[in-house]
Design a protein around this ligand. Structure first.
Ligand code: NDP
Length: 267
């Protein structure tokens, strides 16, 4: 255990499982006080029980302004604000909405729902974070976008659009805070192919799963999927004062996927 986040208060959305959970566990190990939030209350409370003192669970549906306001009131009363917000909650829409998700046939309700969680959720998270961080004298916002926020995804147009908007909104927030002279930084992380329950649910079982895993691995320069902790370590750097001169930037955590063009050419 070290103390890279000593004396920091951190709120993480979608932290009952996957990347958010790994981030909450790592931040606690680094001495932050951690506020785990999610819509999966039971799982979130289990995580907090394992984290012990200086961790608590709050129900926070990132789509809901009322939930953000309630969380903000709580953080203000208990801690005088917040130092770190990781806007991590996100959905692909494949399981949560009816779809389809390709640009020719996409269903409007599904499109709206993916944007409500992935984009409006992050916009609200940034807005409340700015207010809460100003009362603490500054802070760091980490937005979890995706490699899909940088390249197009024909079968997941809403997801890709929402994540691209998160990437861009991050830069608006970063510049706004810098212009205002707030000591608030805002950066985005762009993971790809991280083995979490989000993937688990899409991979199927048995031989089909093996085949899908082989195909995914073949598309990753480093030849394998990443772990949630790989992303959590990136968030740790951006959340800590070690990155005090870093704002509006984007960190790819993707086994090298975004380093090159997928298509194989002769020259
Ligand atoms: P998971 O689905 O494993 O975890 C996300 C958590 O967020 C779940 O507990 C989920 O609950 C919760 N959640 C969903 N909707 C809301 C909401 N409206 N308010 C609050 N919480 C909500 O996802 P990952 O850990 O894989 O992904 C985390 C982030 O990383 C996402 O933004 C994702 O887009 C991004 N990402 C992930 C990649 C990967 O390869 N895993 C790659 C690129 C980006 P429930 O399960 O009930 O929906």
């Amino acid at each position: 255990m070290s103390d890279r986040l000593a004396n920091k208060i951190a709120l993480i959305t979608g932290a009952a499982r996957g990347i958010g959970e790994a981030t909450a566990r790592l931040f606690r190990r680094e001495e932050a006080t951690v506020v785990v939030t999610d819509i999966r209350d039971e799982a979130g409370m289990r995580v907090v029980a394992e984290l012990g003192a200086r961790a608590e669970y709050l129900h926070l549906d990132v789509r809901s302004e009322a939930d953000w306001q309630r969380a903000a009131d709580h953080l203000t009363a208990k801690y005088g604000g917040v130092d770190i917000v990781v806007n991590n909650a996100g959905i692909t829409g494949f399981l949560e909405t009816a779809g389809p998700h390709d640009p020719e046939h996409c269903d409007l309700a599904s499109w709206d729902e993916v944007h409500r969680v992935n984009l409006t959720g992050v916009m609200l998270g940034c807005r409340y974070a700015i207010a809460l961080m100003r009362t603490r004298g500054g802070g760091s916002i980490v937005n979890i976008s995706s490699r899909s926020g940088i390249v197009g995804i024909p079968g997941a147009a809403a997801y890709a659009s929402s994540k691209a908007a998160v990437r861009n909104h991050t830069k608006s927030v970063a510049l706004y805070c810098a212009e205002k002279g707030y000591a608030i930084r805002c950066n985005s992380i762009h993971p790809a192919a991280i083995m979490t329950p989000m993937w688990d649910a899409m991979l199927g079982e048995g031989a089909a799963r093996e085949k899908a895993m082989r195909e995914i691995a073949a598309g990753i320069p480093m030849g394998k999927m990443g772990d949630p902790l790989d992303v959590a370590y990136g968030a740790l750097y951006l959340a800590s004062d070690e990155s005090k001169y870093v704002t509006g930037t984007e960190l790819h955590i993707d086994g090298g996927i975004l380093a090159g063009a997928g298509a194989v050419t002769e020259k």
